[in-house]
Design a binder for this molecule. Structure first.
Ligand code: ADP
Ligand code: ASP
Ligand code: MG
Length: 411
């Protein structure tokens, strides 16, 4: 008998017939003799609907109340799924994040899980009950409901799997597994049978929304075996493994992100402490900066360019306008019509040709690169959002990602 945590995403529980289908899958796992803990997302579109509702009411919804509102989506789904299981004769109980004590910090809307209390779940499992937990939410030390950031149900599932020492964490979604690129954009994308944690962290952090980045980080840290697979089609999906396996390709995948915005501060006085003066107010406001480039100074003036999440655009604009009162600068430019494309792969560190092939391919397509950043296992570029799909498809083709790795040749 194994203990399996199964997470079903929004599309998988998006309608009553789909909930019935999920019930059948849970019953099948149980019939195979396993204990099951289920984590559910809100029904598809529900979280977006709640976000829009709050934003219609308030320009800056109160973060605590926003979390109370958003957490209801998962609560609806968990209750419906439990009811449907019970109707089929399967003992089931649903719990919100607060009820099972998924304890988080107090950073509303993007809280981090600190600890999971598994005893209530263990007791239910021991009595043969299927436990259904609302994803994406927790509770802070003061008893406030928190949410874990978009896509956070993945993290709930992996954190529960770690706390319960589950044998496998299965992330059921609307694609067959993890692909070399988003299969909705690249028709020839290839499903990977395995991907390393490190690669998946890079893919997720560069925008591959198939799993929330914190979920993969958790899987790596606590050694949780995670498998991403389809709710709708039988198959073994993609296993996220801890370390490199030997047939690994140089580039394992391409990720894109339309959610970033770019700021350029032109003609800044190039003085010690300037970067801190600009960036500290952002970090104080929990705003993450992604790419950051400072150009060499000419006549004591420099340009600073960086990207942030699009949702933070207005707040960053305001913070920069405030700090620019005390800074010397020629111009502040903001652009939220950009996109980032990233190549990810363990082999990148030893194959410098990959980056030049990437730049050449985009050049041939007439796509201008606005920013570049590299790490040992990724190369990212920022381009105009309108060229995103063309760029991703051209790169997928250039690196022959549709073919099995052994057939691919990159010098
Ligand atoms: P869920 O609601 O099940 O959590 P998500 O929409 O969050 O599902 O994630 C699944 C989606 O991730 C897919 O529909 C797909 O469009 C997208 N995706 C992006 N990059 C990839 C990739 N490399 N492999 C698979 N899916 C990807
Ligand atoms: N319902 C939340 C979202 O749409 C969490 C999740 O689905 O993982 O982002
Ligand atoms: Mg998701």
């Amino acid at each position: 008998m194994a203990l399996i945590v199964q997470k079903y995403g929004g599309t998988s529980v998006g309608s009553l017939p789909r909930i019935h289908h999920v019930v059948d899958k849970i019953l099948k796992t149980r019939a195979e003799g396993h204990q099951v803990v289920v984590v559910v997302s809100a029904m598809s579109g529900e979280t977006d609907r709640l976000v829009a509702l709050a934003q219609k009411l308030s320009i800056t919804p109160n973060p605590r109340e926003f979390d109370v509102l958003l957490s209801t989506g998962e609560q609806v789904a968990m209750a419906l799924l439990s009811m449907a299981l019970i109707d089929k004769g399967c003992p089931a109980r649903s719990y919100t994040g607060a009820q099972v004590q998924i304890r988080t910090d107090s950073v509303h809307n993007k809280a981090r899980i600190l600890e999971v209390e598994g005893s209530k779940i263990q007791a239910d499992l021991a009595s043969g009950t299927v436990v259904v937990v609302a994803g994406f939410q927790g509770v802070d030390d003061l008893g406030n409901i928190t949410t874990l950031g978009r896509g956070g149900s993945d993290t709930t599932a992996v954190a529960l799997a770690a706390a319960l020492q589950a044998d496998e964490c299965q992330i059921y979604t609307d694609v067959n597994g993890i692909y070399t690129a988003d299969p909705r954009i690249v028709p020839y994308a290839r499903q990977l049978s395995q991907v390393t944690c490190q690669e998946m962290i890079e893919l997720a952090s560069q925008g591959a929304k198939v799993m929330q980045i914190r979920a993969v980080e958790f899987a790596g840290r606590y050694n949780v075996p995670v498998r991403v697979l389809s709710t709708f089609k039988e198959g073994s999906g993609t296993l996220i493994i801890q370390s490199l396996h030997k047939d690994h390709s140089i580039v394992s995948g391409i990720a894109y992100n339309r959610d970033e915005a770019k700021f350029v501060l032109r003609g800044l006085s190039d003085l010690p402490g300037i970067a801190a003066q600009i960036l500290n107010p952002l970090s104080d406001a929990h705003i993450e900066v992604d790419m950051l480039v400072q150009t060499p100074s000419i006549n004591g003036a420099t340009d600073l360019t960086f990207t942030v999440h699009k949702r933070d655009f207005n707040q960053v604009q305001e913070l920069l306008e405030n700090s620019s009162k005390t800074l010397k600068l020629d111009k502040l430019e903001g652009n939220d019509q950009i996109a980032k494309i990233s190549l990810v792969g363990m082999g990148l560190r030893s194959h410098p040709k990959v980056a030049s092939t990437m730049f050449h391919t985009l050049g041939v397509q007439g796509i201008n690169i606005q920013l570049i950043s590299t790490s040992e296992i990724k190369v990212s570029v920022v381009i105009d959002e309108e060229h995103l799909e063309r760029g991703v498809c051209a790169l997928h083709e250039a690196f022959q990602l549709g073919k099995e790795p052994k057939e691919v040749e990159i010098n």
